[in-house]
Write a protein that binds this ligand. Structure first.
Ligand SMILES: CC(=O)N[C@H]1[C@@H](OP(=O)(O)O)O[C@H](CO)[C@@H](O)[C@@H]1O
Ligand SMILES: [Mg+2]
Length: 560
């Protein structure tokens, strides 16, 4: 067959390094860019098959998010803008690891047969890339893969990951979600933002200023592009804009969250708000320093709390009976969970780590707010919720108050990118909420106080020996480990700890929180030691953290 000959012919331009084995992980493939050309070509093939199968446009984003500049990676996007479904993750792994020629063609044919794909169907694939120097050639390889199987391509060039998710969703909903163009994206989000803050009269010019760390990546570029759409309603001062600094190096959301400090090279003034994007602009965290120079981080949990409180108040004001839940992972700070459940009386769900799990759980509610502690998240509105809100805005008998609330809800829906976590969209929503409530970042921070916490990594010979249950909060194996953890936790006031194998790195992650930092640090260390001893630790035994240890240079200390 012509297609398969073309696949063989084209694949010779994208040779697979012999012996290389890769796995479609929590967020697609990710490794050093020099090993990825063949993977990109093959993801082009896979996206084309997926497009034929779903009879819809599929997206392929070339990015390695917050990884170092020399890495790259790829994320595949399904028709409604969500992450590609899990069965196809297995196909992705099979394709990436197939040997040249016949094995590759066999892998393609297997998918066609298993999924009963009609190869005469048309296919369409949207492709985007981040600012890494390797991204241009790698996205060309994706495009070659698509054309080798006769698919049509649209190359969006430099875009943020969530922008590409948005384009795919717009295309497949025939414009109902919005126009599948970058201009259309800015217009929709910015208009909704401007509508939202219309009544925020107490917002002074000073408060309109927001400092944004662009992680020296695509987010910085896109903020500049968006600026004119904001009509000066928000003054964005971008730093780490990629002009001189290196992507994700000493900057960005991951750096700030892990190091619990601002990016060096910027003077953080008290009374000003700062936020950091990550390398593909799908995560965001906020921060400030107080008058004593202490650093305060407002992470995904604080963002989820701000947004869900805002939405709950609007629902009450609108008199709308819609169920709402907040979805978190085990990494959510215990204080946030207590606050949401006990003070806010909200449903809180805990899922496994990885946005696809949170996204899925959030779909069970009229309104599902989901955030990972690291700042990746969004809000999902069910069709019923959207319809009820829309109806209320048009209801002639509704009171002014409830109509106003419905209008705010409607604009909130429009400012949110429901396909995936989006730094730009989340930022606009957070800024709008602060403006509407006349709230400072300090007041937002004081809603609840985080429990001191610590994350560590432990190297073991095979991290798969750790098996977890209960949304990764407990371990089933190695036998006896959980019992040890339980006993250690009991020794610490407000103690909580869990361990799980990372889905993106070859380590076991240890999380601990407790009443004081000292206590959290020692619990984390004791649990790390238990993992090291019972799960086949390699290298040096984990050492205790120093009392004053506030810098996470130590190799055994890190979070993600
Ligand atoms: C503790 C943590 O932050 N884990 C991160 C990290 O997963 P791990 O499986 O923990 O390596 O990378 C994922 C993909 O970016 C992200 O979804 C997740 O939140
Ligand atoms: Mg990212």
């Amino acid at each position: 067959m012509d297609h398969f000959q073309e696949v063989i012919k084209q694949s010779t331009h994208h040779p697979k390094p012999p012996g290389l084995v890769l796995q479609y992980g929590t967020a697609g493939f990710r490794t050093n860019a020099k090993h990825l050309n063949h993977v990109m070509f093959r993801m082009g093939l896979m996206a084309t098959l997926r497009s034929k199968k779903t009879q819809a446009t599929i997206g392929v984003m070339v990015t390695a998010s917050h990884n170092p500049e020399e890495d790259n990676g790829v994320k595949v996007i399904d028709p409604m803008g969500e992450m590609v479904t899990q069965t196809w993750e297995c196909y992705a792994t099979r394709l990436a690891n197939a040997e040249e020629d016949t094995d590759l063609v066999t892998a393609v044919k297997d998918i066609i047969q298993k999924e009963n794909i009609d190869m005469s169907q048309k296919a369409s694939v949207f492709v985007g890339k981040d600012t890494r120097s390797s991204s241009a050639a790698l996205s060309q390889a994706v495009l070659s893969g698509v054309t080798a199987l006769g698919g049509l391509t649209k190359d969006y060039g430099l875009v943020t990951t969530p922008q590409l998710h948005y384009m795919v969703c717009c295309q497949n909903t025939h414009g109902k979600y919005g126009e599948p163009t970058i201009e259309g994206y800015y217009r929709k989000l910015c208009q909704a933002f401007i509508q939202l803050i219309k009544n925020a009269s107490s917002w002074t010019d000073d408060q309109k200023q927001l400092w944004v760390d662009g992680a020296n990546g695509i987010g910085a570029l896109k903020l500049r592009e968006m600026e004119s759409h904001l009509n000066n309603k928000l003054q964005i001062c971008v730093f780490n804009d990629g002009n001189t600094g290196k992507l994700n190096h000493q900057c960005g959301a991951d750096f700030v969250k892990v190091q619990q400090k601002p990016p060096p090279g910027i003077t953080v003034n008290p009374d000003q708000r700062y936020c950091s994007f990550d390398g593909d602009a799908d995560r965001i965290v906020y921060y400030y320093t107080d008058s004593k120079g202490r650093f305060h981080l407002l992470d995904g949990d604080k963002i989820a709390t701000l947004i869900s409180t805002f939405l709950k108040e609007l629902l009450t004001q609108a008199g709308l009976d819609l169920n709402m839940a907040v979805v978190q992972t085990a990494y959510a700070n215990g204080s946030s969970t207590v606050y949401l459940e006990e003070t806010m009386k909200l449903i809180v769900k805990c899922t496994k780590t990885g946005v696809k799990h949170l996204h899925h759980a959030a779909q069970d509610f009229d309104i599902g707010v989901y955030f990972e502690a690291n700042g990746h998240g969004t809000v999902l509105f069910s069709k019923t919720a959207e319809e009820k809100i829309q109806q209320l805005t048009e209801d002639l008998n509704a009171s002014d108050d409830s109509k106003k609330a419905a209008q705010l809800l409607q604009n909130t829906i429009n400012v949110i990118n429901q396909t995936v976590g989006d730094s730009i969209s989340d930022m606009l929503l957070i800024e709008a909420i602060l403006a509407i409530k006349g709230m400072t970042v300090q007041q937002w921070d004081s809603i609840y106080s985080d429990l001191p916490n610590r994350q560590l990594k432990v190297k073991v010979s095979d991290r798969r020996v750790i098996e977890t249950i209960d949304a990764e909060r407990r371990t089933m194996s190695p036998a006896g480990l959980q019992k040890v953890i339980d006993n250690l936790v009991k020794k610490h006031k407000q103690g909580r700890s869990f361990v799980r194998p990372s889905g993106t790195e070859d380590v076991v992650r240890v999380y601990a929180e407790a009443e004081t930092q000292e206590s959290a640090d020692s619990l984390a260390h004791e649990v790390s030691l238990a993992v090291y001893q019972r799960a086949g630790g390699v290298g040096e035994e984990p050492k205790p953290l120093h009392k004053t240890h506030n810098c996470l240079q130590d190799t055994c200390i890190s979070s993600h």
